[in-house]
Ligand binder design. Structure first.
Ligand code: FEO
Length: 407
């Protein structure tokens, strides 16, 4: 879906692109509904700036859009809020057409730019939170907001309009509708926030939750009045500015729900036979059970469910004397995303040789999870007695988690 530039304020045009080809974002996260790579042209009375760029695959489309808004040779500044490839790959192409432009970025982004593109551009290096450039009645201020989600990230504030260009902060999966960018113009805005936004946060930002809160604190301290959020992915928020900031704050703290996630990896469905009994156990403790099938549910959905859950029941089939591979992958993601502050319980099964529950137990203990009870592991199908044990385990895990998190 090729789109046109969209005027989003008297000074600003969206000149980004929608992802239409890739199945996975970052090679990791399923994006069946795509994603947008947002880039903006801001024109003042005297000067013009480009905020961020797009993935290389869309560089021609990007430049074509820029040309419809301004002569690229007239671009004075290119602001690099973030150097990850989805926002920077098209920069060399833009610079060919905008040879007079000065790049604005942090010292680390400057080093990354040179390493990525073997080129030394004209640069304005941001070393504090006070630097501004005047475009002629439109002033850009650069705020250092590291680890959102790389160390070099900044946000850019268009002072006269109260617009904060945040790149990945407040971003979301899901491409933009044709030629619509602003939240109030998008009928299905509730599909972006909270659903796609939470999955995006889970996949991209979870490890850096503290930095999200620090950035929001900094905006307050610097008295940055945010009327509009223009992120690097997804809609521009005008009517939903507070909603999206509140959502991200709640993802980051996090605000725990009274729920227990049951994540299960089953080869032939035997391990799934525990689900009903486990659900009853969670309900016995006054919780809600959320089931994640690690084979059919995408990893970002699993992380989004787990990130505000105080309790997790993990079920594994035994595969080659060990855990089911997708359960191993889930544990790896929980480790690197720092999502190990949970109460956990284990269930599972095997046909001819045990090992899944044993390895899962060892790994959870190594990672520092708060493990409750003994694994409920069975050979073949669970008996009524096994199901009762599973129900008791789910109750105990859920009660412990709610007590621990005081919810
Ligand atoms: Fe959207 Fe971290 O790149």
């Amino acid at each position: 879906m090729k789109t046109e530039p969209v005027k989003v304020s008297p000074s600003t045009h969206w000149v980004g692109a929608n992802e239409t080809e890739k199945r996975l974002f970052e090679g990791l996260w399923a994006i069946p509904e795509g994603i947008s790579y947002n880039s903006y042209i801001i024109k003042g009375a005297e000067k013009t700036a480009l905020i961020d760029s797009v993935l290389g695959a869309y560089q021609e489309e990007h430049l074509e859009k820029i040309r419809k808004v301004t002569d690229p040779a007239d671009i004075n500044y290119i602001v690099v809020n973030h150097m990850e490839h989805d926002h920077s790959e098209a920069l060399p192409k833009v610079l060919e057409a905008a040879p007079n432009a000065t790049l604005i970025y942090t010292p680390m982004a400057h080093q990354m730019y040179k390493a990525f593109f073997q080129h030394e551009p004209k640069s304005l290096i941001i070393r504090n939170d006070e630097t501004t450039v005047d475009l002629g009645g439109k002033t850009l201020r650069f705020i250092r907001t590291p680890f959102l989600h790389w160390p070099e990230t900044i946000c850019t504030y268009l002072q006269e309009e109260g617009t904060l260009f945040t790149c990945d902060l407040f971003g979301t999966f899901r491409r933009l509708p044709e030629n619509k960018v602003i939240d109030t113009d998008i009928k299905e805005i509730d599909k972006y926030i909270p659903d796609s936004s939470k999955k995006y946060f889970a996949g991209v930002m979870t490890r850096y939750r503290d930095y999200v809160l620090k950035a929001m604190e900094k905006f307050n301290q610097l008295k940055i009045e945010i009327k509009v959020i223009a992120p690097g992915h997804g809609p521009i928020y005008t009517a939903n500015t507070k909603t999206v900031m509140d959502l991200w704050a709640s993802y980051s703290r996090p605000d725990y729900s009274r729920k227990t996630v049951i994540a299960v990896g089953s080869m032939y469905g035997t391990t799934l036979k525990f689900i009903q009994a486990l659900t009853k156990g969670v309900e016995d403790a006054g919780g809600e059970a959320v089931v994640i099938d690690v084979i059919n549910d995408e990893p970002a959905k699993a992380l989004a469910a787990i990130m505000d859950a105080p309790a997790l029941l993990i079920g594994t089939a035994t595969y080659e004397y060990n855990m089911f591979p997708q359960i191993q992958h889930l544990l790896y993601l929980l480790q690197v995303k720092n999502l190990t502050n949970l109460t956990v319980g284990i269930f599972g099964g095997y046909a001819w040789g045990a090992g899944g529950a044993k390895h899962l137990t060892e790994r959870l203990d190594q990672l520092g999870f708060r493990r409750i009870g003994e694994p409920v592991e069975v050979r073949g199908a669970p008996t009524q007695e096994d199901l009762e044990r599973a129900r008791s385990l789910a109750k105990a895990v859920t009660e412990d988690a709610f007590r621990e998190k005081r919810i």
